[in-house]
Design a binder for this molecule. Structure first.
Ligand SMILES: [Zn+2]
Length: 65
């Protein structure tokens, strides 16, 4: 995992649980949390993946078929 702020190596801290309350019930998942000792920033790389790719990877995979 590379720190998105300073490009140094960030260390894995732990998994943090996030819960979304939906109409049909709670959607709960764990995501990895990383912390960079170089610049002191914490980051959730999975969140950035979502932000950087507006299209769900599943849709792209379906189009490829
Ligand atoms: Zn950093």
């Amino acid at each position: 995992m590379t720190c998105p702020y300073c490009k140094e190596a960030a260390r894995f801290v732990n998994y943090r649980t996030k819960t979304f309350t939906r109409l049909l019930g709670d959607l709960r998942f764990e995501r990895a949390y990383y912390h960079c000792d170089q610049c002191g920033q914490g980051s959730f790389p999975w969140d950035q993946t979502l932000r950087l790719s507006p299209q769900p990877s599943g849709a792209a995979a379906l189009r490829a078929l």
